[in-house]
Design a protein around this ligand. Structure first.
Ligand SMILES: NC(=O)c1ccc[n+]([C@@H]2O[C@H](COP(=O)([O-])OP(=O)(O)OC[C@H]3O[C@@H](n4cnc5c(N)ncnc54)[C@H](O)[C@@H]3O)[C@@H](O)[C@H]2O)c1
Length: 270
């Protein structure tokens, strides 16, 4: 019961990685305020999780008013907030930068980055009272980039630097700020992205291959790491962007897998 009596404000907790986090946080004894802007996914999660200790709030993390109200409702329902887990995110569109529309750019930054701004500015006073912590769901692509996904990658790069800057600003209050950085994880988001790829038929084996451990996981592998980072087990960890990638970022895998046949021996990187 690593989270006994802790109150977690979890954005995007109705599907994918966030839903797996909701399950494991509840099992660890936490009370949850789950935020999503999708009423059908809230109802589906409510049916699956079946718990009196979960408050569901239909709110858009990009909206200052929505987030402020969600924080107020959480505190009035549970009395406090110990953890803010900024997990809600969108990944559309899968495009190079010059093909990305201004609306698409704005939507990505408003949800993925401004969402963190909103939960922090309206939630930080509550975390100061509990000496709580913040967890951001980043992505490996925020560090290494990704082809035909420029704007999304940029939001995740912003989350990496935000995580470190916030860790410094809030350390004097005993508030830790960390991030998890997955590579691929099978969720509704990844299924949509997969359909948008030029070679959608081979995408499953591609996603298995990019992970050194040989498979593309489900959200439970990320949720287990999130549980550690928000718990007191990680009480001296802050500003950490923890890869949960099965080694996807290691070595010269792309060179080995795709282009070694065509590289003359003298130029071979390996
Ligand atoms: N799936 C992957 O391969 C992968 C890899 C790296 C990082 N991530 C990151 O993990 C996080 C979760 O991704 P996922 O794959 O589980 O996505 P998902 O689409 O399966 O679930 C997203 C969740 O966020 C909620 N949400 C979306 N926009 C919202 C908004 N404006 N306001 C409130 N809630 C909103 C949805 O209702 C849903 O509960 C995202 O930040 C994503 O960038 C995912």
């Amino acid at each position: 019961m690593l989270l006994k009596n802790k109150v977690i404000f979890l954005t995007g907790g109705t599907e994918g990685i966030g839903f797996e986090c909701a399950k494991i946080y509840r099992a660890a004894g936490a009370k949850l305020s789950i935020i999503s802007n999708s009423a059908p996914s809230i109802e589906a999660a409510r049916l699956k999780l079946q718990s009196d200790e979960i408050l569901y709030l239909n709110a858009d993390v990009a909206s200052a008013t929505d987030v402020q109200q969600a924080i107020i409702k959480t505190v009035s329902y549970f009395g406090k907030i110990d953890v803010i887990h900024n997990n809600a995110g969108i990944s559309n569109p899968s495009k190079a930068l010059h093909e990305t529309t201004e609306d698409e750019w704005n939507a990505l930054f408003n949800v993925n980055v401004k969402g963190i701004f909103n939960t922090t500015r309206f939630g930080i006073d509550e975390l100061k009272k509990t000496r709580g912590n913040i967890l951001n769901t980043g992505s490996l692509v925020g560090d290494i980039g990704q082809e035909i996904h420029a704007a999304y990658s940029a939001t995740k790069g912003a989350i990496n630097t935000l995580t470190k800057s916030m860790a410094l600003d809030y350390a004097p209050y005993g508030i830790r700020v960390n991030a998890v950085a997955p590579a691929g994880v099978w969720t509704p988001m990844l299924r949509v992205w997969s359909k948008q790829q030029p070679d959608a038929n081979s995408i499953e084996s591609y996603l298995d291959d990019i992970h050194a451990l040989g498979y593309c996981p489900e959200g439970d592998v990320v949720a287990d790491v999130c549980l550690f980072l928000i718990s007191d087990q990680a009480r001296f960890v802050t500003g950490c962007i923890l890869p949960v990638t099965g080694g996807a970022e290691l070595g010269y895998r792309r060179v080995v897998n795709q282009t070694i046949q065509s590289i003359p021996q003298k130029n071979n990187l390996i």
